[in-house]
Ligand binder design. Sequence first.
Ligand SMILES: Nc1ncnc2c1ncn2[C@@H]1O[C@H](COP(=O)(O)OP(=O)(O)OP(=O)(O)O)[C@@H](O)[C@H]1O
Ligand SMILES: [Mg+2]
Length: 225
Amino acid sequence: MSILSCRNLVKEYAVGSEQFTALDKVSIEIDKGEYLAVTGESGSGKTTLLNLLGLIDKPTSGEIIIKGKNVLADVKDPSSLRNTFFGYVFQNFYLEPNYTAFYNIEIPMIISGIPAKERKPRVDEALKIVGLINKADVKCGKLSGGEKQRICIARAIINEPTVVLADEPCGNLDSANTESIMNLFDELNKSGTTIILVTHSHEEALRANKMIKMKDGKIIEIESN
Ligand SMILES: Nc1ncnc2c1ncn2[C@@H]1O[C@H](COP(=O)(O)OP(=O)(O)OP(=O)(O)O)[C@@H](O)[C@H]1O
Ligand SMILES: [Mg+2]
């Protein structure tokens, strides 16, 4: 059974007096434990699709189904799903630069109301997973790009999400850092986390077990690796 799916998802933007269709009736089903890569040229609708699936943005029409529930129709407040069902990793990190790595990772748990005593060992564990326990007290603005992205991954997994959504997570990283981030995704997927990765890199896409290619807001190819 799929844990996350969409049906006939459409996203239109008003551009001047015209309507621009960024996503054109996209339907996909994502199974638990799947590792899906989304590829396609710039402007094809990859980020639009990811943001809709991750409930960051709302579609013009269509359905998003999470664990059998039609989210847009039946879930009044999707913020809890955002905070616990999904983990997000973006190309531009979106970390709080003036706060420590520790605090940035803690944020999703603070939102969930988890007591401080419980938060500390979990942040330490996440920092160990991403290999940055020695950077716990460093402000995120001072970290290197690769380190920032590893902190983002720690933050994304801290509430043990079912699905991690990653939008070109290695887009700003060199090859060594890309390798270490991609290895973290492999490990995460091996331990059962579903991953949806948007990438321009064919090499990165080959790590997934399924690839979809987008063009002009549509899925034009689905391939199993
Ligand atoms: N807020 C917006 N207003 C108008 N058009 C938008 C808006 N957001 C996205 N678009 C358009 O929708 C299309 C799809 O954008 P999207 O960001 O999903 O592409 P993408 O595949 O992620 O591209 P890239 O690889 O460059 O990140 C693009 O043509 C873009 O210009
Ligand atoms: Mg994009």
